[in-house]
Design a protein around this ligand. Structure first.
Ligand code: AMP
Length: 248
C-alpha cells in the first residue's frame, strides 16, 4: 500500500494566502508529491519482481485527489482508495486513517514519501509505524526484499553515511530522493487507468476524528533577499563585513 499526497507542483512558485492562513492553492498546478511518486515506483518494481501481488494507492483530501490517484493507476497501481476529507489534514490524522486502512487491507508493506513538499512535516511515516507498532525504515535509498525470510533490508541516508537496517515485514518504509527514478505513465496505461477501481471512503467510516492538538498560527513568506553586489577588493569586503554586516 502506498500513501500518495496531492500537493502544489514542485515547479510552482509558492504564494501565501492574504490572510496568512496557508499556501494559496486556488488556480495553482497540483501534482503527486515527488517522494510519493518514488514510493509508488518502488512498489511497482516490487510487484514486477514478484515480491507483491498488488499495489494499492491511497490518498486523503478533497475530491481532486481522485485525479492524482488516476495518475497512480496510470503509472501501474492496481486499485486506489480515496479517503474524502478536508484538504488540510495534519500528519497524525493521516497516520490514524492509514492505520485503519492497514487493518482493512492487510498490506505486506506500507510505503510513504519521507515528506510532503507542501508542509515539509516529515512525520506521517514515523507516526503510522508507531501506531501500528511496525518496524520503520525511513529515508530509504535502497530496499531489498526477502520473500522467504519476510524481511526488508533498507539503506538509509544518514548524516554520517549509509545506515543499513533489516526490518521484519510488515513494515513502514519512507522514501528518499535517490531510491529510484519514477516512470512516466504511457498513453495506453492512462487509458487503462480509467477503468481501474477507486474506492471512496470517509474518515467517519475509518473512525478517525479530524482533530489536532496542533494549530497553524500563521504562514509567512521568507524575507525578500537583497540583490548581491560585486566588490572590487578584499579590503572592501572586510570593511562591509565589519561595518555593514557586523559579523567580524
Ligand atoms: P508529511 O509527514 O506530511 O511530510 O508526509 C509524509 C508522507 O505521508 C507523504 O509523502 C505521503 O506519503 C503521506 N501523506 C501525508 N499526507 C497525506 C495525505 N493527505 N494523503 C495520503 N498520504 C499522505
Amino acid at each position: 500500500m502506498v500513501a500518495i499526497k496531492r500537493v502544489v507542483d514542485y515547479a510552482v512558485k509558492i504564494r501565501i494566502k492574504s490572510d496568512k492562513s496557508g499556501v494559496e492553492t486556488t488556480n495553482v498546478k497540483m501534482s503527486m508529491n515527488p517522494f510519493c511518486e518514488i514510493g509508488l515506483e518502488e512498489a511497482l518494481r516490487m510487484k514486477e519482481g514478484g515480491f507483491a501481488s498488488e499495489v494499492i494507492a491511497v490518498s486523503m483530501g478533497g475530491g481532486q485527489c481522485v485525479e492524482t490517484l488516476r495518475t497512480s493507476l496510470a503509472m501501474g497501481a492496481d486499485r486506489a482508495i480515496h479517503v474524502d476529507a478536508p484538504s488540510a489534514l495534519y500528519p497524525l490524522t493521516v497516520a490514524k486513517a492509514l492505520k485503519a486502512l492497514v487493518h482493512l487491507e492487510n498490506p505486506g508493506l506500507l510505503i510513504l514519501g519521507k515528506q510532503a513538499i507542501d508542509d515539509d512535516c516529515n512525520q506521517t511515516g514515523q507516526m503510522v509505524a508507531g501506531l501500528l507498532n511496525w518496524p520503520q525504515g525511513t529515508f530509504a535509498s535502497k530496499v531489498v526484499l526477502d520473500k522467504e525470510k519476510k524481511t526488508a533490508t533498507v539503506d538509509r541516508e544518514v548524516d554520517g553515511g549509509l545506515e543499513t537496517l533489516c526490518l521484519d515485514l510488515p513494515a513502514v518504509i519512507t522514501t528518499d530522493l535517490r531510491l529510484n527514478q519514477p516512470r512516466y505513465a504511457t498513453l495506453p496505461n492512462i487509458m487503462k487507468a480509467k477503468s481501474k477501481p477507486i474506492k471512496k471512503m470517509s474518515l467517519e467510516e475509518l473512525k478517525v476524528e479530524v482533530r489536532s492538538d496542533l494549530e497553524v498560527v500563521q504562514v509567512t513568506a521568507p524575507p525578500v533577499r537583497k540583490a548581491g553586489v560585486i566588490l572590487s577588493s578584499v579590503d572592501e569586503l572586510v570593511d562591509k563585513l565589519k561595518n555593514e554586516a557586523h559579523v567580524i
